[in-house]
Design a protein around this ligand. Structure first.
Ligand code: C2E
Ligand code: CA
Ligand code: CA
Ligand code: CA
Length: 281
């Protein structure tokens, strides 16, 4: 903007200042949002592509902002990561999700093998007491480590050091399953597939977006799937929006998918009802 001349600078600055001001307010609102009970969770089914049955759910955070209304994670998670608020928020998410799982179970709604997937960001993985916290929540809620999958965004793994690796090893040793999230975007490294103690890979929706229109992309995705299998890992495909995409993935022998074609994120009540019904998606 500096080079654009004085006229532009004058008209730009108030907007930028306003944006910065908004971000600052959001960041301070975020610090209080847990205590004010402004967060809630949505649950999106992960489906077995062969049987059409719900295999698990991914927990997605929602923020009822007092003035802005329903706010989606893409607009506040980066802010929460930058300010460090994500650590407290992430703990609230984990506890609430496992309490919910335990409630479904008490109602006899969950079934064998059903699991809950929680997103974990880089700064959570860097906190030394994450493992103790997870162990404590499992104990408090009476849930089992094998009920839980932690999704770790690929960007969190870039340049991951000793603490992250230690946390991942310790979580795995507890019996929790770890998954690389958003695979295929950003700075993907295929070496992660062999190096990290993960059991599955979630392929980013960007990769399958065009598979029904673009033959080359379809072959590419097929190769990515075989690569994941060759590493001895399971593959989950996110962002399945059409019947055609679902059929193509099934054709490739993929086993798990998630996306609007099967279901939008649901409330806890809707998820419990779906679990109890055992309906196909
Ligand atoms: P993600 O982990 O890649 O989660 C999937 C996102 O894709 C969700 O957006 C979901 O609603 C959306 N989605 C699901 N199916 C489809 C589809 O068929 N088409 C399209 N276009 N989108 C689909 P959401 O809920 O807005 O979450 C955005 C991101 O925020 C998540 O991306 C995740 O990285 C992050 N996030 C959400 N909840 C948490 C949390 O509790 N903790 C942390 N650290 N991050 C979270
Ligand atoms: Ca995720
Ligand atoms: Ca993802
Ligand atoms: Ca994604």
């Amino acid at each position: 903007a500096k080079e654009a001349g004085p006229g532009l600078v004058r008209s730009f600055e108030p907007v930028m200042l306003y944006a910065r001001q908004l971000r600052r307010e959001m960041a301070s609102d975020l610090r209080n949002a847990v205590e004010r009970n402004e967060f809630r969770l949505a649950y999106q089914p992960v489906v077995d592509l062969v049987t059409g049955q719900m295999h698990g759910v991914e927990v997605l955070l929602r923020w009822e902002h007092p003035t802005q209304g329903l706010t989606m994670p893409d607009s506040f998670i980066p802010l929460a990561e930058a300010s460090g608020a994500i650590v407290g928020i992430g703990r609230w998410v984990l506890r609430t999700a496992l309490e919910q799982l335990s409630a479904w179970r008490a109602d006899g709604q969950d079934k064998e093998g059903f699991h809950i997937r929680v997103n974990v960001s880089a700064s959570e993985l860097q906190s030394m007491d994450l493992v103790d916290y997870v162990r404590g929540v499992l104990r408090d809620t009476g849930t089992e480590p094998q009920d839980l999958v932690l999704e770790i965004t690929e960007s969190a793994l870039v340049g991951s050091g000793d603490v992250e690796t230690y946390s991942m090893q310790a979580l795995k040793a507890l019996g929790i399953r770890l998954e690389i999230d958003d695979f295929g975007t950003g700075y993907s490294s295929i070496s992660y597939l062999r190096r990290l103690p993960v059991h599955a890979v979630k392929v980013d929706r960007e990769l399958i977006a065009e598979i029904s229109r673009d033959k080359g992309q379809l072959h590419f995705v097929d190769a990515v799937h075989r690569l994941i299998q060759a590493a001895g890992l399971e593959a989950v495909f996110e962002g399945v929006e059409t019947a055609q995409q679902a059929a193509m993935l099934q054709e490739m022998g993929c086993c798990h998918g998630q996306g609007y074609y099967f279901s939008r994120p649901l409330t806890a009540g809707q998820t419990g009802a779906l679990l109890a019904s055992g309906d196909r998606l």
